[in-house]
Design a protein around this ligand. Structure first.
Ligand code: ADP
Length: 324
């Protein structure tokens, strides 16, 4: 299927001509991204099985973007099938300056919209979402890959009925180590979405997989409270909040959530990447495992005094971040 371009992973393409094989509902969008639109599609011979078609426009002669798209495809192929990660089903390059990716469909839309509808998640459902997310990101990390853009907009819900059956999507900024496990994925480039950026990215230091754990800390805060831990309209003030981990758990949003949840979040939101829990450690945190105590975890214990600091602040309403 499609025109083969050097560097492109060829073995993902099966079947005949894309337009002979697939029907696309171009009148509706499932979503739009910075460089893409996403439609519903299905194979003509099996119309009951629906997929998402991500149509990525690649301006002519923009080799950097093309390389980036192939990297996204390579990474999705390396990840294969995982229940909480979007699977790449097919790929087509037969249209000029366009790459089409057939993806497993998530009928429930973005976690962002689900949080907005519900205002916030009850603690029992939030724990399942975060556990699923951590297990999936642990799997991603175990393949020598970091996602680099985890946020509720890139976490999709498999169906309209379940609030917890999530799938990680959009590997457009992900990075793979070619030489894993000898070398871990590392980078210097500033990328991601502002409210979810880890301090080391803002400080323009070299960084690694720990940035995904920070973002999950922010996502966990958002899921439980429906508000953002770090928010300012002025970018450098937002960045200062993040690098100083200047956050609070306002009474209004947190009074009915177990204190263990705050302990859990603060252990993901450690400014020094080495102090952050790994995905595997986080899954074993007492709050997530559900014994209700949520207290001590290792020697670097968090104390209530830290949380008491700013509880009178008003929660920061949830809104979309900006790509950096
Ligand atoms: P970009 O890489 O251009 O930012 P995304 O991959 O984030 O694009 O897709 C944009 C939006 O399209 C998503 O936020 C989501 O709303 C929708 N979308 C993407 N993939 C799927 C999918 N597999 N199933 C359902 N909707 C999807």
């Amino acid at each position: 299927m499609g025109n083969l371009v050097p560097g492109c992973p060829t073995d993902i393409m099966y079947g005949d001509d894309f337009d002979e094989q697939y029907e696309v509902d171009e009148s509706n969008y499932l979503g739009t991204g910075k460089f893409s639109v996403v439609h519903l599609c299905w194979r003509k011979y099996q119309p009951e099985k629906r997929y998402a078609l991500k149509v990525i426009n690649n301006p002519p002669d923009d080799h950097a973007s093309l390389t980036r798209i192939y990297e996204e495809v390579n990474i999705m192929r390396a990840l294969g099938n995982h229940p909480a990660i979007i699977t790449l089903v097919d790929m087509d390059e037969s249209m000029q300056n366009t790459i089409r990716l057939v993806l497993e469909l998530c009928e429930g839309g973005e976690l962002y919209d689900r949080i907005q509808q519900k205002q916030f998640y009850p603690e029992n459902e939030a724990k399942i979402v975060i556990k699923n997310l951590l297990e999936a990101i642990g799997f991603v990390h175990s393949k020598g890959i970091m996602h680099r853009d985890l946020k509720p907009e890139n976490i999709l819900l498999a169906s309209k009925v379940s609030n917890t059956d999530i799938k990680i999507s959009d590997f457009g900024l992900a990075k793979i180590s070619k030489d894993y496990p000898r070398r871990l994925p590392r980078s210097h480039s500033i990328c991601g979405s502002d409210f979810y950026l880890a301090p080391e990215v803002i400080k323009q230091e070299e960084y690694g997989r720990e940035i995904d754990i920070w973002s999950i800390g922010v996502v966990c805060y958002v899921v439980l409270s429906g508000s953002l831990p770090f928010f300012h309209n002025v970018l450098h003030k937002l960045y200062r909040q993040i690098v100083e981990r200047d956050l609070s758990f306002p009474e209004q949003a947190w009074k009915s959530v177990a204190k263990g949840a705050q302990d859990f979040i603060l252990r993901l939101l450690q400014v020094r990447p080495g102090d952050r829990l790994t995905a595997e450690q986080a899954v074993n945190h007492p709050w997530l495992r559900g014994n209700g105590k949520g207290g001590s975890f290792g020697s670097n214990d968090w104390t209530g005094a830290d949380s008491a600091r700013n509880t009178s602040r008003a929660p920061n309403p949830l809104q979309h971040p900006h790509k950096v």
